[in-house]
Design a protein around this ligand. Structure first.
Ligand code: CU
Length: 157
């Protein structure tokens, strides 16, 4: 914990009621999780780092661009951000997903068998009851294998 946060807690200017709650029996609640479809990219000139000799896995999730006419090469990967989403069983969950990179991302949430499509510049909202505990993949069917996130539904005992 940072010093400024400790100082604010000590002087009572902020409180953290969640820390004092009994977490053994969480009450179901509505949660909105904000997600972005993004492409992380890095590039360099061949004079600084040679172009990789090994190909990236197929499936559209990774892109490796050969050096351009100026000698710069690039690597990128499509991702859901965040890559792990944690909720409690019984929660009413809304995923609010914005498309930042890539024209569209058709996706499936395994186990819940929900589907949708995220498009660049648009918000896709998906609301569901997290009634099954477990870890479920949120898979983009266009950008395999990298564009997967884990939906973690904690068992409500
Ligand atoms: Cu995608």
């Amino acid at each position: 914990m940072t010093h400024w946060l400790l100082a604010m807690l000590a002087c009572g200017s902020i409180a953290l009621p969640a820390l004092a709650q009994d977490r053994s029996a969480p009450s179901p609640r509505e949660r909105t999780i904000y997600v972005a479809a993004v492409e992380s990219k890095g590039g360099v000139h061949v004079d600084h780092e040679p172009f990789p000799t090994h190909p990236v896995p197929e499936g559209g999730g990774y892109l490796l661009k050969k050096p351009d006419d100026k000698g710069r090469w690039e690597v990128s990967t499509y991702r859901w951000d965040p890559g792990t989403i944690v909720v409690n069983q019984g929660d009413q969950v809304t995923l609010e997903i914005v498309g930042i990179n890539g024209n569209e991302h058709p996706f499936t949430i395994e186990g819940y068998w929900l589907t949708g499509t995220v498009r660049r510049g648009q918000i896709t909202r998906l609301t569901f009851l997290a009634d099954k505990a477990g870890i479920f993949k949120i898979i983009c069917r266009t950008h395999s294998p990298s564009m997967q996130a884990d939906l973690v539904v904690l068992e409500n005992k």
